[in-house]
Write a protein that binds this ligand. Structure first.
Ligand SMILES: N[C@@H](CCC[C@H](N)C(=O)O)C(=O)O
Length: 304
């Protein structure tokens, strides 16, 4: 049995988590070896043939002083990205549940800088998501100068959107009603629009009043998700810049609500919301003999 397992490759422990239905496979790459190729990530992300997730989150040792962990993020299509807000809350809960730290304020290194996570009561986590970036080349977005609203041509039709980076690129459109918004049709076209050379997450924002909004997001590399934390931050920033929202907003996504605060240009965006563990499992990675991946799981006791 031991011999057979060895030839089929090592077992990998993981936790399935979600932030408002934006779901993740989370892997501790500090206490076990971990390396997955993009094609393996795509296979695991598949909801029929794999575990199923929007993003894979990997916990690694930090590469910087005064930082607790390195946080790596992979979309369901296998692409590595810079930022994931809902994932950041799950990351904080994971490192505490797995006893990798007992800190309540956790500093993590991402591909776009350091973010700070604060663990609160009843499973809530507050994330300092950093200062939004509007300079077109830094987003990146093709434009000769910064504007609050750009017009973009999509198949001969003019679409108005705002573009910014929350560490990752976002386009935000204002809509009358998110339930009627063309998320499935316009989302993928804008995600891969030539004006977003690194692709982008596309948010459809409906303003309810100055402190309440609704949002759907077509995510780069994952499609429409039930919630997008960085997308919610980007949408509130756009609503504030356009004079439609106040500095503290409750934003309703398909999977639930987040509270986002932004005090204006040059200040960081603060996001607060839940992080939930669903189950822990292990899967056998392909070894020398290859073969189909096996997985097993046990329900995760919910802790707050
Ligand atoms: N779900 C996320 C964002 C994940 C990354 C995104 N799809 C990208 O490619 O930038 C969130 O909660 O922020």
């Amino acid at each position: 049995m031991t011999q057979q397992r060895r030839s089929q490759g090592p077992m990998l422990r993981f936790t399935k988590m979600h932030g408002l239905g934006n779901d993740f496979m989370v892997v501790d790459a500090i206490s076990q070896p971990f390396r997955l190729r993009p094609d393996m990530i795509r296979e695991l992300a598949n909801r029929n043939f794999g575990i199923g997730f929007d993003q894979l989150l990997v916990v690694e040792p930090p590469g910087l002083p005064d930082v607790d962990f390195r946080y790596r993020i992979f979309n369901a299509d296998g692409s590595e990205v810079e930022q994931c807000g809902n994932g950041a809350r799950c990351f904080a809960r994971f490192v505490r549940d797995q006893r990798l730290t007992n800190k309540k304020v956790i500093r993590v290194q991402t591909a776009k800088g350091v973010i700070e996570l604060r663990v609160g009561r009843e499973g809530m986590v507050m994330v300092n998501m950093g200062v939004p970036e509007f300079n077109p080349p830094a987003i990146p977005f093709a434009a000769d100068r910064r504007k609050d609203v750009y017009t973009v041509d999509v198949d001969g039709q003019t679409v108005e959107l705002s573009a910014l980076s929350m560490g990752n690129p976002h386009g935000v459109l204002l809509v009358e009603d998110v339930d009627q918004a063309p998320v499935e049709t316009l989302g993928p076209k804008l995600e891969r629009h030539p004006r977003f050379p690194s692709r982008a997450n596309i948010g459809f924002l409906q303003i309810l009043d100055r402190t309440h909004a609704r949002l759907r997001v077509f995510e780069r590399g994952s499609g429409e998700t039930l919630a997008c934390g960085s997308g919610a931050c980007a949408a509130v920033v756009v609503g504030c810049l356009r004079g439609l929202l106040d500095s503290r907003v409750e934003i309703e996504l398909r999977g639930g609500k987040l509270v986002i605060e932004w005090q204006g240009e040059g200040t960081p965006v603060i996001m607060e919301g839940p992080a939930t563990s669903v189950f822990e499992g292990q899967l056998r990675l392909p070894g020398e003999s290859g073969g189909r991946r096996r997985r097993s799981g046990r329900p995760h006791k919910q802790r707050s």
